[in-house]
Every structure is written in structure tokens, then in C-alpha cells.
Design a protein around this ligand. Structure first.
Ligand code: NAD
Length: 295
């Protein structure tokens, strides 16, 4: 059994912390939101009133926060995690944040003699509850080995993507593929409608031909061909437009900073921005087909 400090007990962090508790660890939790703390208490987590009390004398600290600025605020500075935790504490940030901040915070941790991993996830709230998340991990081999048992109690696939920041890099590259391919599949269905090609026929053909991809066969954006996809329940999320837009923005930020040319990633971000600004941020991201169809 280990003692774990868990910071950020929201939609994802709450159930992830609960799975660590179920695996037999002592879990101390902290969140700025009293509601999140109450829910954590009900799940049996030792909810603490401040950050320092949560991370003193723990073996591992896991954070699950909204964005890079929150991660920086929690880890850095005089009262931050890096200055507070014991020398043998392993730090794991599971938030989805920009690569630059992930590398900057990991470098500060290293300077202080601490091991830190970036370990963003895919799998959503369902995966967090079921303990079936995929972890994309950046950091040293030794830290990865040390973290694996804990990550395995929250997830199913745990992949070491390389050095610091590479977990975040993997996450945004993957989600850029997803955003672009969801738009491509949506455009194909809209064109098929105009051409009088039945959507089920297009699905049957493309799902077994070279147009096959996850956006088509696991998350089809039109109702009918795939009964489990969000299109069949009025695009109730799932993975929201706001979340896809966040990841596409992170991908463009990284592309600009690194000099990579990603014109389709840029256009995907533009289309999701327009859809988000039309008040659709909480719909499932596959609803982009409605924007393309001009519904
Ligand atoms: P959320 O908003 O539900 O939870 C974030 C929590 O962090 C909130 O409870 C908030 O109060 C807390 N918080 C913010 N600043 C804090 C601070 N300084 N100290 C302590 N607590 C603080 O968000 P979420 O859906 O749980 O997502 C968390 C991260 O996981 C994000 O980076 C998101 O991009 C990523 N993610 C989410 C999903 C999903 O489906 N929700 C899927 C994959 C990845």
C-alpha cells in the first residue's frame, strides 16, 4: 500500500482517485471546489483543506487539472508541490496541457532532485470510472517503471512515449488525427447525401475499404449505421466540442512553436472554433457534421 496525494478531483480525477483507493492505497485528496471535495469524501478519500497537507509524507502525487496554468500554479513557486514534497516522492501529472509547460515543470522538478512524469489520458469519464484509461507517458525509464503499478490501477494501456513532454505530444498528435478524420468522415456523409448515396451504403463500403478509420467505424457521425455512436442520441457527449477544441488548440500551439506545418490541423481548429462559438460547445465532437451540413 502506498500513500498517494491526489490534486484535482473533478470529472476525471474523482473516479481515478477512487480506483486507487479501491486498489488499497491511502488517498489524500485536494481540490479548490468544495463540491468536488464533498464527492471525494463520500467516496472514502481523505479530503484535505490545503495542498500542503495533501502532499506531505506521500509516496506519489498525482494531478488532474484543467490546463497548463493550473499545473504551473500547483507545482511551481514557493508553496508549490516541487518545493513541498519529500525527495522520494514521485510526481505524475495526468492533465492534458501544452508540451512547453509540461517540459518546463518537469525540468524544475528535476532540478529539485524529483522524478516527474507527464501522463495524459484518453478514454474519458467512462474510462476513468471503469479503470480502463490509456496513459501516454513522458519521462525517464526509471520514473516510468516506478509509476506503472499506480497507472495500471487506473488504466488498461500504458505507453511510454519518451522523455519529458512526450506524453502530451502523443496526446495532441493523436487528437489532431481524430479531429481531422472526424471532419473528413462528416464531409463524406454530407457529400453522399447530396449525391443521393444512402448513408448505410457508404458506411458498408467505406468501413471495409480504404476510407476506414476510427471516426467512421467506432464513432460514426450520422445516426443509423453504428447504433452506439453519439449521433443516435442527439450528439450527447461523449467527448465534447470544447474538449476537442482545447486539444486542437494545443496541437496548433505546438505546431507553431516547433515549426511543423499542419494545415488540416489548423483548419480543423477553425471549424471547431466556429461550431463552439455557435453555442455547441457541450455537444459531442462528432456533431461537427451538423456544422458542415449547415443544419
Ligand atoms: P474538471 O474541470 O472536471 O476537473 C478539474 C478539477 O481541477 C476541478 O475540480 C477544479 O476545481 C480543480 N482545480 C483547478 N485548479 C486547481 C488547483 N489550483 N488546485 C486544486 N484543484 C484545482 O476537468 P476534467 O474533465 O476532470 O479534466 C481534467 C483534465 O483531464 C483536463 O486537462 C482535461 O483536458 C483532461 N481530460 C479530460 C477528459 C474528459 O473526458 N473529461 C478526457 C481526457 C482528458
Amino acid at each position: 500500500m502506498a500513500v498517494i496525494g491526489f490534486i484535482g478531483l473533478g470529472n476525471m480525477g474523482g473516479p481515478m482517485a477512487a480506483n486507487l483507493l479501491k486498489a488499497g492505497h491511502q488517498v489524500n485528496g485536494f481540490d479548490l471546489s468544495p463540491e468536488a471535495l464533498d464527492l471525494a469524501r463520500q467516496a472514502g478519500i481523505e479530503a484535505r483543506d490545503d495542498l500542503n497537507a495533501t502532499v506531505t509524507n506521500v509516496d506519489v502525487v498525482i494531478t488532474m487539472l484543467p490546463a497548463g496554468k493550473h499545473v504551473k500554479a500547483v507545482y511551481c513557486g514557493e508553496n508549490g508541490l516541487i518545493a513541498t514534497v519529500g525527495k522520494n516522492t514521485l510526481l505524475i501529472d495526468c492533465s492534458t496541457i501544452d508540451v512547453e509547460t509540461a517540459r518546463e515543470v518537469a525540468a524544475q522538478a528535476e532540478q529539485a532532485g524529483l522524478s516527474m512524469l507527464d501522463a495524459p489520458v484518453s478514454g474519458g469519464v467512462g474510462g476513468a470510472e471503469a479503470g480502463t484509461l490509456t496513459f501516454m507517458v513522458g519521462g525517464s525509464d526509471a520514473a516510468f517503471e516506478q509509476a506503472q503499478p499506480y497507472l495500471a490501477q487506473m488504466g488498461k494501456n500504458i505507453i511510454h512515449a519518451g522523455g519529458a513532454g512526450n506524453g502530451q505530444a502523443a496526446k495532441i498528435c493523436n487528437n489532431m488525427i481524430l479531429g481531422v478524420s472526424m471532419i473528413a468522415v462528416s464531409e463524406a456523409f454530407v457529400l453522399a447525401e447530396k449525391l443521393g448515396l444512402d448513408k448505410q451504403k457508404l458506411y458498408d463500403i467505406s468501413s471495409t475499404a480504404s476510407g476506414q478509420c476510427w471516426a467512421l467505424t467506432s464513432y460514426c457521425p450520422v445516426p443509423g449505421p453504428l447504433p452506439a455512436s453519439p449521433a443516435n442520441r442527439d450528439y450527447q457527449a461523449g467527448f465534447t466540442v470544447a474538449m476537442m477544441l482545447k486539444d486542437l488548440r494545443l496541437a496548433q500551439q505546438a505546431a507553431n512553436a516547433s515549426g511543423a506545418t499542419t494545415p488540416l490541423g489548423q483548419e480543423a481548429m477553425n471549424l471547431y472554433t466556429q461550431f463552439d462559438e455557435a453555442g455547441k460547445s457541450q455537444l459531442d465532437f462528432s456533431a461537427i457534421v451538423k456544422h458542415i451540413r449547415k443544419d
